[in-house]
Design a protein around this ligand. Sequence first.
Ligand code: S3P
Length: 454
Amino acid sequence: MCAVKARIAKTASGIGISVTAHRFMPSGPLTGRIRVPGDKSISHRSLMFGALAVGKTTIRGLLEGEDVLATGRALAQMGAKISKEADGSYSVNGVGVGTLLQPQGALDMGNSGTSTRLLMGLLASHAITAAFTGDASLSKRPMSRVIDPLSLMGAAFTPSPGGTLPLVMEGIQPGVPITYRLPVASAQVKSAILLAALNTPGTTTVIEPVPTRDHTERMLHGFGVDVQVDVIDGERHISITGPADLTPCDIEVPGDPSSAAFFAVAASIVPDSDLVIENVGLNPTRDGIFRVLKQMGASIQYLEEREVGGEPVADLRVRHAPLQGIEVDPEIAPSMIDEFPVLFVAASMATGATVTSGLEELRVKESDRLSAMASALTQAGAKINERADGLLIHGSGGKPLAGGGPVTTHLDHRIAMSMAVAGLASKAGVEVDSTEPIATSFPNFSDLLDEAAS
Ligand code: S3P
């Protein structure tokens, strides 16, 4: 067993043996070259759009995380033929817009908000009745944000109290086109409406006051759909005229910047690290974490900048560097919405205070990420003040955190991985109560950690 594997040791809980608790021990420098798995958002959309195109779509670099597999299983329940080829690529033989089949049995969305909200949109304009179920974390998350616009388009919903899963949706075909201004900055809500628009006669427009990740727009364009984007008074107006036909595509999925972020922070805070993370997607609606880390003094160089699958991509060289606390501009939040947990770890090791605000949305992710990270980092020895819309973090000035735990991850993959990174730069390691959720987005996280830190 290599030295680093020993870092991830199974530990005993107070009431017997817990097989999923792990202590992430301090590590040596992260070095060499690693490649993170495919982008989760692009992977979900590749399968969905492939299922709507008549003919064969080929996907290279698909993320084989549980969230994406849940999307694949649901699409297969509705008639798409999805198979893994000998070369590791996936083939999707789609059924076409408007011709998805009535699923037999509930659609189990597991932990995945993206699968749920995007598929609700996709099915809302089909003559399909579907039951959506999910795990304990997903069953607490708000679905009214998609139920409201999709109801305006004619779909009917029977949610659980509070507008949550499990819920039953009756789609409508043909539905009614709408013009809808997003009340929250959410790519999932935007995408749900645009997917419903594909099979809705007439023009549906989503108005986005604050730009969010634009993979749906870019990819639908690649599948031959005319997606109109106009910027009017600083707001993006995104329109689709349905019914639309999708042409099958060859897709190459770039590496996930959200996954790369864990390694970018780890290499920044572990002394003597010098790590290259290959093939990282740098779509400007997703790269906020790297911009903020650089603002804090991180050494992140973009090498071999290029385009992969219509997305800007580079290899990232990240070297250990002293970080300074900063006030994070809330306007950057949508472009790094999933990266705040790991940014909080970086901030805990910086010199001076880091202030974040405007982050109410973090309270309705896979867990309440403000409260989960405030208590996990406090347990690990960091100095944190939790506020209604963000965290105030007093950095350690580069000194390792004491470590400790077990910290509670609340079925949230990003809390588990962020606290694993905190463990690498701690004195005693950080025990994480459960590493199982990591498989939802980054199944080989621990292997890559072994590789980089060995
Ligand atoms: C996603 C959008 C974001 C993000 C999620 C993936 C997507 O959610 O947090 O992990 O693929 O559209 P919101 O739309 O709720 O911000």
